[in-house]
Design a binder for this molecule. Structure first.
Ligand code: ATP
Ligand code: MG
Length: 317
C-alpha cells in the first residue's frame, strides 16, 4: 500500500532516513484552507436567553468551544443543564457525565419553566456515563455513525475529573502522558463538532493557589486544573464564582474577540436566569463590601482572634 505524504514524513522523522526528499514530500501534503469573506458573521445557533450570552457576543456559533471553570456549586452544571434544554429542543445533544451529576428531574424542571417540549428533549439526548478515563476517551470514536440526529451540542462534565482521580497519572513524570491524552480526546470531539456544526461546552475544576495572599478574596486564588494544554483549547474561558445565596458571577477570562467582562446571574427553576436591576445592584454592592473587608484584612483579624480564643496561652509561658 502506498503511504500518504503525512505517513512518509512521520517515517522520515522516526528513522532519520530519506531527508533528501523532504521538500518533495512536503509539497504533496494537502492542507485544508478556507477563504472566508471577512464581513460574513457566523450565525448564532445556541444561547441561554440570559445576560450570560453577552460574554459570547450574543450567543454561540457552530464549531465553538467553551470552558466553564469554578469551585463546587459555582454553577457550572446548572449552565450546562440550561444549554442542554435549549440545544436538545432543536437537535441532538451528546452528554459526557463523568461526575455522575446529570439529573433528568432538573432537566424536566428547567424545560417546563422555559416552555420546552420534554418529549423532544428526551428523544434528542445521548447520555454517556464513563467511570474511568479509558471509557471517556473512547466515546468519540464509538459514537453511532451516522449520528441519530443533527448534532447541536456536546457537553463534558467535567473534562478532568476521571484523569485527576486516576493513580496512573499521579506524579510529574506521568503528566505529559495525561496532557497528551486530554488534548487528543478534545481534538476528537472538536473534529466531530466541526464536521456537524455543533458546539462543545466542558466544565473544569479548580485548585487553590497554595501561596495565595490572605488579603485577596478567596476566588482570586482559584485556578483551573489541566495546565496549559487545557488553557489553549477553548474559544471562551469562563470563570464562575459564588456570590450570596443563589447568585453567581461569570467572568469571561479569555477570548480572541471579546475583552474580559463579568455578568451576574442567578440559579433558579429556569436553570440560569437574569436578576432584576435591583437584585443585581444589591448583589454587586454585597460583593464589593465583601472584597473591601477582605482587602482590609478584616477576615484575617477575625480568624486570628478566633484562634487565640481556641488556644489560650498558659500562664508562665
Ligand atoms: P461541582 O463542581 O460540585 O459539580 P457545580 O459548579 O457544577 O459544582 P452546580 O451543580 O452547577 O455546581 O450548582 C449547584 C448550585 O445550584 C447549588 O448551590 C444549588 O443550591 C443550586 N441549585 C440547584 N438547583 C437549584 C434550583 N432549582 N433553584 C435554585 N438553586 C439551585
Ligand atoms: Mg457540577
Amino acid at each position: 500500500m502506498t503511504k500518504t505524504p503525512e505517513e512518509q514524513l512521520r517515517e522520515m522523522k522516526k528513522t532519520s532516513e530519506g531527508w533528501e526528499d523532504f521538500e518533495k514530500v512536503l509539497k504533496k501534503v494537502q492542507i485544508p484552507c478556507e477563504v472566508l469573506p471577512l464581513s460574513k458573521e457566523k450565525p448564532i445557533i445556541l444561547n441561554s436567553g440570559t445576560v450570560l450570552d453577552d460574554l459570547f457576543g450574543g450567543g454561540l456559533s457552530a464549531g465553538q468551544t467553551v470552558e466553564l471553570y469554578g469551585e463546587f456549586a459555582s454553577g457550572k452544571t446548572q449552565i450546562l443543564f440550561t444549554m442542554i434544554v435549549e440545544a436538545a429542543s432543536k437537535g441532538l445533544v451528546i452528554i459526557v457525565d463523568a461526575e455522575d451529576t446529570f439529573s433528568r428531574k432538573r432537566i424536566v424542571q428547567i424545560a417546563t419553566a422555559r416552555g420546552k417540549d420534554i418529549d423532544v428533549i428526551n428523544s434528542n439526548i445521548l447520555l454517556y456515563k464513563p467511570d474511568r478515563w479509558e471509557q471517556q476517551v473512547s466515546i468519540p470514536p464509538n459514537l453511532p455513525d451516522p449520528l441519530p440526529g443533527k448534532l447541536k451540542l456536546v457537553v463534558i462534565d467535567s473534562l478532568m475529573a476521571l484523569f485527576r482521580s486516576t493513580p496512573e497519572f499521579a506524579g510529574r513524570s506521568n503528566l505529559g502522558k495525561r496532557q497528551e491524552l486530554i488534548r487528543w480526546h478534545l481534538r476528537q470531539f472538536k473534529k466531530i463538532a466541526k464536521k456537524e456544526g455543533a458546539i462543545i461546552v466542558y466544565t473544569n475544576q479548580v485548585y487553590d493557589d497554595p501561596v495565595s495572599n490572605p488579603f485577596l478574596p478567596k476566588w482570586a486564588c482559584q485556578h483551573p486544573v489541566g495546565g496549559h494544554s487545557v488553557a489553549h483549547i477553548g474559544d471562551y474561558r469562563i470563570f464562575l464564582r459564588k456570590a450570596r445565596g443563589n447568585v453567581r458571577i461569570a467572568r469571561l477570562v479569555d477570548n480572541s474577540e471579546i475583552p474580559p467582562a463579568e455578568r451576574v446571574f442567578q440559579i433558579n427553576e429556569r436553570g440560569i436566569d437574569d436578576l432584576s436591576n435591583e437584585q443585581r445592584e444589591e448583589a454587586i454592592k454585597k460583593e464589593e463590601k465583601y472584597e473591601k473587608q477582605q482587602e482590609a484584612g478584616e477576615f484575617v483579624k477575625k480568624r486570628k482572634k478566633k484562634e487565640e480564643e481556641l488556644t489560650p496561652i498558659e500562664e508562665g509561658e
